[in-house]
Each structure stands twice: as structure tokens, then as C-alpha cells.
Design a protein around this ligand. Structure first.
Ligand SMILES: Cc1cc2nc3c(=O)[nH]c(=O)nc-3n(C[C@H](O)[C@H](O)[C@H](O)COP(=O)(O)OP(=O)(O)OC[C@H]3O[C@@H](n4cnc5c(N)ncnc54)[C@H](O)[C@@H]3O)c2cc1C
Ligand code: FES
Length: 272
């Protein structure tokens, strides 16, 4: 049972229906999954294991990118991933039909509400993975898509992902690349700060590299705007057992919380 959501956590074997390269080094996989994913929250994650993986304990965490319900009522889960090492490179070579082990949904997701003032959704590179599902859930909760602006940042245009998906949902996108190959030339926080001069937002949501999250958290704090950050740490168990993912926080007496259990989404004000 997931203590945050009260939903079931299930380990199951799924068969890939698709595993497709969407940009240099980035892949999107899709598979039918258990019906409990119909209640998954954006920002929650799963852990995956390849069936021929030697160490059965070392599962790898990935955000839920999207959950759609097929015509027969069976949910399909999508994972968007970047190839960075052994596991992700092996995963990228699994053809449709391959079976993998899925455990989830895990962790604590974003606060979804029908905000009546604007919301900024800020993605750095592969940090966009949980944010497609977030925007979809904000829309489903009744938030006007005109009020949502998605800021997509990356090193170069190859790292700007899912722009079409956001635009299909009717939300505005602004891009920034560090090499200037697409959109604003520089960090994604620059167009965010420009937008903040006139937007008066209810909330900033963000997921991306540590430096970007620190900067977004600081911007939100200075402007006194509610902000939620999805953070990444190295994880071993993913279940709150091994203590491998502890981060320093301000909001509990022990000073530390587990990203896999209390996060990965935290109130920006709680993170040290
Ligand atoms: C809650 C959570 C959600 C995640 N969601 C996604 C997602 O949706 N898509 C995606 O592509 N990746 C995601 N990640 C990161 C993903 O788990 C790692 O990229 C993956 O485990 C790498 O495995 P590997 O064997 O391919 O690489 P490894 O050989 O294990 O690592 C390769 C390099 O990546 C670094 N690395 C590995 N894991 C992490 C991590 N968690 N954070 C920072 N650096 C890391 C290592 O230090 C090393 O330098 C998420 C991580 C967490 C904690
Ligand atoms: S990864 Fe083991 S406690 Fe979080």
C-alpha cells in the first residue's frame, strides 16, 4: 500500500507494446499495466527490473510519464527515459513484446487543483517526464489550459521533449536552450523570470537537474509563490527501507526525509 495515496503498490510483469526512440538518446516505452494505475498521481514513480537482470534487488526508478485507459478499460503506462548507463541502454534495446518487471505506483506526487490563476510548469531535460501527466491531470481537474505555461529547458534542441504533447493539450510552451539551438539562448529560469513579472501565478511546478530546481525554488521563495519540486536522488530499494535516498528538509523534526517515500515531489519551502 502506498502510504501517501492509500493506493495499492503492485509488482507485475508487463509486456512492452512500444519502445521507441523519440530523440537522440531518449526513448518512450509503453505497456499495459494493472488497473490500480488509473488512480496514479502525476509525480509518482515506478521501479523497473529487466527479467534477466542479475541483481534482483537493484531496481531503477522512473517517473510515470502518462497513463491512458485503452478501449477495453485496461490502463497503459508510458515511461520516457534517457539512456545514461547500463540499465537504460539495455532497456532501449528491448523490442515490443519484451517482458519487464514493474513495481508501483510509488512515492508522493504533485498537488493537482483547478487553479484559477496561472501555473508555471518548468522542465529541465528529462525532468519533463512526469510533467506531461501533471498537465493532463490539471486539465482533467478543470484548470483552464490557457492559464498553464510550460517552460522547457535543455542543453540543446535535442533535449527539448514533448512540446507537441503539451501543445495538443492546449497549453502554451516556451523553450530555452543553453546552446541557443531552440528558443531563448540561456537557462530556462530566464524566460520564467520574465513571465513572472506579469503573470501572478498560483503555483510553480518543476522537475529537472538539481541546479535548476535550486534556482526555481529560490525564485518562488523570493516572489512568495507556492512551488513544488520533483527531485531525484540515487535510489536502491525505492520503498523507504534502505535510507539511501535521504534529503535534508526543514519541515520535520529529524531534518531528513526519504525521496522515495515522502517525495519525489516536495514543497520547495521544505527542501534545505
Ligand atoms: C524518482 C525518480 C524518477 C526518475 N524518473 C526518470 C525518468 O522518468 N526518466 C529517466 O530517464 N530517468 C529517471 N530517473 C533517473 C533514472 O532512475 C536513472 O537515470 C537510471 O536509474 C540510470 O540507470 P542506468 O543503469 O542506465 O545508469 P547508471 O549506470 O546507474 O548511472 C549512469 C549515470 O547516471 C547517474 N544516475 C543514475 N541514477 C541517477 C539518479 N536517480 N539521479 C541522478 N543521477 C543518476 C549515475 O550517477 C551515473 O553517473 C529517475 C530517478 C528518480 C530517483
Ligand atoms: S531508496 Fe531506499 S529508502 Fe529510499
Amino acid at each position: 500500500m502506498n502510504e501517501n495515496t492509500g493506493s495499492r503498490v503492485v509488482q507485475e510483469t508487463i509486456a512492452l507494446t512500444e519502445n521507441k526512440r523519440i530523440s537522440e538518446g531518449y526513448f518512450r516505452m509503453r505497456a499495459q499495466c494493472g488497473t490500480h494505475y488509473a488512480n496514479a498521481a502525476a509525480g509518482q514513480f515506478v521501479t523497473l527490473r529487466l527479467l534477466d537482470q542479475k541483481d534482483p534487488l537493484l531496481r531503477r526508478p522512473f517517473s510515470i510519464h502518462q497513463v491512458t485507459i485503452g478501449p477495453n478499460g485496461t490502463p497503459e503506462i508510458e515511461i520516457l527515459y534517457r539512456v545514461v548507463g547500463g540499465f537504460t541502454s539495455k532497456l532501449s534495446r528491448q523490442p515490443a513484446g519484451s517482458r519487464i518487471d514493474l513495481l508501483g505506483p510509488l512515492g508522493h506526487g504533485f498537488t493537482v487543483a483547478a487553479h484559477t490563476r496561472p501555473a508555471a510548469v518548468v522542465a529541465g531535460g528529462i525532468g519533463v517526464a512526469p510533467l506531461v501527466f501533471l498537465v493532463w491531470q490539471l486539465n482533467r481537474a478543470g484548470m483552464n489550459p490557457d492559464l498553464i505555461t510550460v517552460f522547457l529547458g535543455g542543453q540543446s534542441k535535442n533535449d527539448i521533449l514533448c512540446r507537441d504533447r503539451f501543445e495538443q493539450m492546449g497549453v502554451r510552451t516556451k523553450t530555452a536552450t543553453e546552446d541557443g539551438s531552440l528558443g531563448f539562448h540561456g537557462l530556462v529560469t530566464a524566460p520564467l523570470e520574465t513571465w513572472l513579472k506579469t503573470a501572478d501565478p498560483a503555483m510553480i511546478y518543476a522537475c529537472g537537474p538539481h541546479g535548476m530546481l535550486t534556482a526555481v525554488g529560490k525564485i518562488a521563495r523570493t516572489a512568495n509563490i507556492a512551488c513544488e519540486l520533483s527531485i531525484e536522488t540515487l535510489m536502491a530499494c525505492g520503498l523507504g527501507v534502505c535510507m539511501g535516498c535521504a534529503v535534508k528538509t526543514h519541515d520535520n523534526s529529524e531534518g531528513y526525509q526519504h525521496v522515495c517515500k515522502h517525495g519525489p515531489v516536495f514543497d520547495a519551502a521544505a527542501i534545505a
